[in-house]
Design a protein. Structure first.
Length: 400
């Protein structure tokens, strides 16, 4: 990014909140609702944010050797430039047409992980060219074993080395905003959707340039000639059913690389995933999009870390909106932290948006470490402060 452009972005959008405000003005309502929405009363979306905000950290200003904190982090035998990355998100091409390649390329340039969703609107092979070695693939395991093997084989062939199996969608998800908006993919252009689109000319221009979004990784399996609704039913039918321990072991047997299980909240289940051969887990409630009563990752991390011990890689996401939030998640027990929605907000700033977001987060994390007197992320758990007296922590987690 040219220096002048970078300075202008810094001034206009110094935080995720500023990026979100701009995104709200640029994304059509039906797509915005899909991006920011959660399930039910959306208490889970708020809880993710609130639980993190309640985490306090103790600065130590006499610290020695903490004047130049280093963000670099070792993960799966590689050094990454910072301990955070891009969470998998489906349908990005609907939310901001054409945004997927620049987000992946920014992650690669900045040395952070990019996880591509099965439900991406660009093909997994195409996207690997943008994400390079930093690209991981997220699998929603199809319930047809032949199709599952084929998809896993395609991920291997494309060169992915880390497979992230998401287990927290055992069946159809029912989100009120999407039902009200009649959301479908490709979009069904009813009067309501059309009105939303016409109110956002920038988005429309990008749609014209990048084309109608499709589920590029799954549509090859659909029978020819299905209409939009039948196609939607077919794609939905592929995902029905729990990812049982047997199914996880079957995936493990087929995947030679690192296997990560995403969507874990229960400490016993985290241990069960490892027993099935997982190399790591992502503690996540899917951004509050699946079960409104689910605890936040922030609330469950300490118990999961205690259960798995210090050596198992544990990742986390949900409600992370700043470098300080990244530090909080790591202090609670995460080794690596993912952000979802903020990358969609940033995408609407232009094709440099994700670069800008990553730069802001790195800077915020670095200044947080400096304030704490902490020389590197791995030492953050030592800076966790006790919660304020009388204020219960979410999830009943009172002892850190
Ligand atoms: C629009 C959207 C689409 C998502 N699609 C997927 C997906 O395809 N696969 C998946 O494992 N998680 C998906 N997620 C969940 C994210 O990976 C992540 O868990 C969540 O967004 C983290 O919360 P945050 O948005 O508050 O950072 C999606 C989230 C959003 C907001």
């Amino acid at each position: 990014m040219a220096d002048r452009l970078r300075a202008a972005m810094q001034q206009r959008y110094p935080s995720v909140a500023h990026m979100k405000a701009q995104a709200a003005r640029r994304i059509p309502r039906f797509a915005w609702d899909y991006a920011i929405g959660g399930i039910g009363a959306e208490a889970g979306v708020r809880r993710n944010i609130d639980d993190l905000q309640r985490v306090l950290m103790m600065p130590r200003y006499l610290a020695e050797g903490a004047d130049a904190p280093v963000l670099a982090t070792r993960l799966f035998g590689r050094t990454l430039e910072a301990p955070f990355g891009v969470a998998p998100m489906g349908l990005n091409g609907l939310i901001w047409p054409g945004c997927e390649p620049p987000i992946a390329a920014a992650a690669r340039r900045h040395g952070v992980v990019h996880v591509l969703s099965t439900h991406a609107t660009r093909s997994l092979a195409d996207m690997k060219r943008h994400s390079g070695d930093n690209g991981w693939f997220q699998l929603y395991p199809p319930n047809d074993p032949a199709l599952e093997s084929d998809l896993i084989g395609r991920a291997r062939q494309a060169g992915y080395e880390v497979l992230v199996v998401t287990i927290d969608i055992p069946g159809a998800t029912r989100r009120a905003r999407d039902i009200r908006n009649g959301l479908s993919v490709p979009p069904r252009i009813g009067a309501r959707t059309l009105a939303h689109m016409l109110a956002r000319p920038r988005w429309l221009a990008r749609l014209a340039r990048h084309g109608i979004p499709h589920f590029r990784n799954l549509e090859p399996y659909a029978p020819d000639g299905l209409g939009i609704e039948a196609l939607g039913r077919f794609l939905g039918s592929l995902l029905a059913g729990h990812i049982t321990a047997d199914r996880l072991r079957r995936i493990r047997d087929q995947w030679p690389g690192r296997l990560v299980v995403k969507g874990v909240l229960d400490p016993a289940e985290a241990a069960a995933c490892l027993a099935c051969g997982a190399d790591a887990i992502v503690v996540s409630n899917h951004g509050g999009r699946q079960l409104d009563a689910a605890p936040s990752a922030a609330a469950m991390l300490p118990a999961i870390r205690a259960r798995l011990g210090p050596d198992v890689p544990v990742f986390a996401d949900g409600g992370v909106r700043s470098g300080l939030d990244i530090a909080r998640m790591i202090a609670l027990g995460a080794d690596y932290v993912f952000l979802g929605r903020p990358f969609l907000f940033a995408a609407t700033l232009g094709d440099d948006g994700a670069d800008h977001l990553i730069a802001v987060l790195k800077e915020e994390l670095r200044t947080t470490l400096l304030q704490l007197g902490c020389d590197r992320p791995a030492r953050l758990p030592a800076f966790l402060a006790a919660p304020p007296a009388g204020e219960p922590l979410a999830g009943g987690q009172r002892e850190w």
